[in-house]
Design a binder for this molecule. Structure first.
Ligand code: SD4
Length: 319
């Protein structure tokens, strides 16, 4: 199937049979497509789509798309302006994966506004996949990234307010996350993805979530599909969620079914799942998308055929 897929892609067509295991065959021309998590995905998709429309790669689109959100100081869950940890430090996690299976990641990175771009440098300029903390910062500075203060006045004020009442407990409720994960498919049919976050608001210092962990927050297999995750990272870490979604697609499920099964895995294994939100977003090689969450208030932005819309994900709990 892999060979026939590659051959079909070569003439600009893809066969969705790869996702449906030889069921009804549907052919679609390859048109660039972008999906990304939450409302801010609308803005990120526009930037990614500009790159794809101009014939750019899925990798460039996935990096530059989420960088728009990293640079927005009003966004309190990604990049500059991200909510700090419980001690007031903004610590960022991000990763990126291309269509060749290359991956780069940074975790617990401080002072650098664009962790996803550092993750790409890790992928392209080092023999490694992941750099963390001080080492990641040093590498970023060597690569020419500027060190800056990421704690905005607004985030600082909110953190100080939280500190008065919260007695330094890490916040793990369902409302304080908004990571951006993005999947892009370019005109060659190649898939790439990215994921970037400041993690859980007021987390323990040093806490790292799923977002920089390849297979937990993001996974791309260019032969079959890609998936990103958002929500309470500990749950995706324990189930290797993004990898699981892509693996289920590889085994023949649709992107939608795969997201549902990956949420089901959490429900089956974790008795306290109702206390948390997790959302999966996936795209298969044929450009079919799927999304599923524990709670129904997960949404994502989808850009296809020049139309960019916010879509409510289906969910396990209809609360
Ligand atoms: C984390 N998964 O650090 C991230 C947070 C997130 O929507 O996705 N928020 O656990």
């Amino acid at each position: 199937m892999k060979n026939s897929l590659a051959a079909t892609a070569g003439v600009g067509l893809l066969n969705t049979a790869c996702a449906n295991q030889g069921s009804k065959e549907m052919i679609r021309s390859i048109k660039p497509k972008v999906v990304s998590t939450w409302r801010h995905g609308l803005q990120a998709n526009e930037a990614a789509n500009e790159i794809l429309k101009a014939g750019g790669s899925a990798l460039d689109a996935a990096e530059k798309g989420v960088m728009v959100i990293e640079a927005d100081p009003e966004n309190t869950s990604v990049g500059i302006g991200g909510a700090p940890d419980r001690d007031g430090n903004v610590t960022l996690d991000a990763c990126i994966m291309d269509h060749k299976g290359n991956a780069g990641s940074v975790s617990f990175l401080q002072h650098i506004k664009h962790p996803v771009a550092v993750a790409r440098k890790v992928m392209e300029e080092t023999p490694h996949v992941m750099l963390a903390g001080e080492g990641a910062l040093r590498f970023a500075i060597d690569q020419g990234f500027e060190k800056e203060n990421l704690l905005t006045e607004k985030s600082k004020a909110e953190w100080e307010k939280w500190r008065k009442t919260s007695d330094y407990k890490p916040v793990i409720n369902v409302e304080n996350h908004d990571t951006i994960g993005m999947i892009c498919q370019d005109a060659n049919g190649n898939l790439s993805g990215s994921c970037t976050t400041s993690g859980l608001a007021y987390k323990m210092h040093g806490r790292v979530g799923d977002s920089p962990v390849i297979g937990a927050g993001l996974y791309v297999d260019n032969d079959y599909g890609a998936a990103v995750a958002t929500g309470m990272g500990e749950l995706m870490l324990k189930t290797l969620g993004a990898f699981l979604v892509v693996e289920l697609i590889r085994q023949g499920m649709s992107a939608q079914e795969a997201c549902e099964q990956a949420i089901q895995r959490i429900v089956d294994k974790m008795p306290d799942y109702k206390d948390f939100q997790v959302g999966y977003l996936a795209m298969d090689k044929a450009g079919n998308t799927g999304a599923f969450a524990i709670h129904k208030w997960f949404n994502y932005a989808e850009m296809a055929d020049g139309k960019n819309e916010l879509i409510d994900s289906k969910a396990y709990l209809n609360d």
